[in-house]
Design a protein around this ligand. Sequence first.
Ligand code: FAD
Ligand code: NAP
Length: 874
Amino acid sequence: MLRENDVSTNGSGADATAADVDFDVVVVGAGFAGMYLLHRLRGLGLSARVIEAGADVGGTWYWNRYPGARCDIQSVDYSYSFDAELDETWQWTEKYAPQPEILRYAQHVADKHDLRRDIQFSTRVESAVWDDNDSRWQLRTSDGNTITSRFYVMATGCLSMPKEVDIAGTDRFTGAVYFTSRWPHEGVDLTGKRVGVIGTGSSAIQSIPVMAAQAAQLTVFQRTPNFSMPANNGPIPQDKLDALAKGRPQYREAARWSGAGVTVDISTTSALAVSDEERLAKYEDVWEHGGIIQVINSYMDHLVNPAANELLCEFVRNKIRATVKDPETAEALCPKTFPIGTKRLCVDTGYYETFNRENVRLVDLRVHPISTITESGIDLVDESLEFDVIVFATGFDAMTGAIVGVDIAGRDGLTLKDAWSEGPKTYLGLMAARFPNLFMITGPGSPSVLSNMMVSIEQHVDWIADCIDNLRSAGLSTIEPTQTAVDGWVQHVNDYADITLMPQANSWYMGANVPGKPRVFLPYAGGVDRYRAICNEIVADDYLGFERRGPSTQRVNDGIVCRVQPDVQLMLEAMAAMNLPTMDSMSASEARDFSNAIAAQRAPGPDVGEIVDGVLPGAGGDLNYRLYRPASPGPHPIVAYFHGGGWVLGSFDSDDPLCRDLCVRSDAIFVSVDYRHAPEVRFPAAADDAFAATQWIADNAAALGGIPGELAVAGWSAGGNLAAIVAQLARDSGGPRLVGQLLLTPVTDSDFSRASYTENADGYVLTTALMRWFWDHYADPDDRISPKAAPIRAESLADLPPAMIVTCEFDPLRDEGDAYAEALAAAGVPVRHLPCHGQIHTSIPAVDMLLSGAPIRAEMAAAIRGFFKARVPA
Ligand code: FAD
Ligand code: NAP
């Protein structure tokens, strides 16, 4: 039940009577997005009509008139930049302007640009159907009219469709009911009233202090406490005025190229890398002088590292405890179920202080759930409460609600609802496959709600207007993304979300607030700046990922724009900026020094139960080894591990974080062996050493704390090559018996003709040239075809132990790893093959550095556990 309290205001908009009219573009929504788009379209000489359900412009700021409503981004930033004159002349009265002022601003813009004459108010678009014959959209509106247009833009807002209330008995209540999202335009007098507020999101947090000051009693029903910071509202801060005085255009341009659409200092320091005193001082500073974006960015790892995040959470909880006098209420107000920043941080004026008032009560719904709403109030499972007024501050069906709220059918009658039944699938958050000429502004898959929305809105509007203009100039009439491009973008959006803590919250970003909505991270977490660059790059690349058609032409530029994992991409960009020398231009000893220097910079990896360094007999003398023992009580199964480094570089030190990580995850002992290196000792020394070491480990399993007979081999890169060879040698020599082989991006062949050597020849750390350099150091050409160098060339691959093979998309070794997995499977060996999209040869061992590798290592560890399963008592 949602009661709309809509009262018409000054909406003297476009004539709604003319039926069957046709436009170049129809825009749905006259919020900031629809308004600016109309302005741009007019500038291009296109005919445009905006349809708006409300009675005037302003969108969010037209509907959300609850007391205390304000922006949470400073007004000088949360405002249009497209009109320099407007920007110079409009004066904001406060740092965070109140809703009436923001609405006046929207109305002022509408007046200044005479927008209303092309906006049809108090009209809802109900359906939109693509007519393939005519290449036009046919829209039905709530006044019964049909409108057609070449292009159709949903400027319907991310937070414009209120969530249906999902509480039993909502229709029974006979008192007054208000929604913060549909607050009556004439206002509400709560004086002397008993008021219940359901929800503690941003809307509730802003309105509760104001309502509490009026009402006789205010009861706040809280299901999940939220993090909120003080607005410290007042005049526009001097630092902003100074920055603007230096040059408004430059200031605006910097915001366009910032991560969140606001120019702030972005820390490059971990919250864990500084002293408690230093961190606290920093937190106090941003709390007092900053905003939500500064607080979250005060250290670089708040959104990616749970331990760093928890430090900020506890800082905020301590602020709550210091403010709220009743300790039980304070504790109930402290969020503990999600990392800070994974829901939009709230901004308040006196929220926590309100709970010190005599007339305010907090009901913790986790302890006292609502059983039903009644005629006279709200029944909890253990108490009945009576109210005159219930306020629902229960939020929105965010990002997709308003879009699928219109019955949209694209090519062949495909409905958007069906196309998005498992979650929205867009290209750039701008368009969907099979819905030609349908654009969305700040749609799912764009930075939108993670940013200062004004910056994101302007960027989308400009992109769409330029796109339509570009089509027109090229004599083309339709544009739509290819399925490949959409799938690639959806993957990229998910990849970005997955390296953050964002998916951990039951937030509206995840669709988790609406029962039955697919759990998908909706916005793009890669940042406004990166996103803008991608959008520009796509245009520069002749609309990569789009299909465009004209009367006699069809241009399909199929492709995927971002394929490398986001964290890997950031690392590659950082490395490219350092302009490092290539290792294949060095001598072996120089390359060793260089790789050791790089290794010294890495994160150490997790603690294990015990680390023991020792010496074992190799094929040509003693070899060092390092044993990693899990913290759990032994004995444990053992994995004999061989490090990477092209048989030339590396040691147990180089792969130390990976061995720690796998030891902890798999609960197995890892014995990492330092085999002899080329070029000092060439083929087959490394293979012979690896086999000798494995035999020794098998013979000494009990003394090492292992379980005799429970032995597997593992290795990365050249170490994967050695592990595969050891598995073959053990089979052919009658032992030791191995229960599994884990091969991470292994060298399995010496054949450079496979496609991955060409596709990934350069740019992904391990280059084709470096692989040649490794082989040249290790083995003569004749030896390279021996199965002891190229295990894929073995006469038979039957009867080898079960294998897990991990290959990476952007690795020259990808195809030979894939081929080995196929060949083993063909020989009847149980194989789990994990091809990793967007990864490079060196990314998975980068423990605690590249977060996208963690789930892959988890699968590797699961495979190791699987090798030993059923043999090892629980
Ligand atoms: P909206 O302003 O939501 O406008 C969309 C319009 O489309 C609405 O008027 C709606 O009536 C209309 N519409 C939808 N469907 C139909 C239909 N089928 N037919 C006809 N009309 C339709 N963002 C920030 O960056 N900073 C902030 O401080 C901030 N504060 C916010 C405070 C609140 C209370 C809320 C709810 C959101 C806030 N946001 C903020 C996000 C805010 O939504 C955006 O900043 C921005 O105002 C969105 O503009 P828009 O034009 O894209 O959408
Ligand atoms: P919201 O953040 O989704 O909060 C909704 C609240 O209602 C939550 O506390 C939620 O609890 C609660 N709720 C929903 N259904 C419930 C139920 N059945 N029973 C009990 N509680 C229920 O919505 P919002 O406050 O309107 O804010 C939405 C977004 O709009 C914000 O995140 C922000 O982006 C924007 N906004 C900004 C400002 C600003 O400061 N400028 C102000 C308002 C809104 P759960 O958390 O347990 O689901």
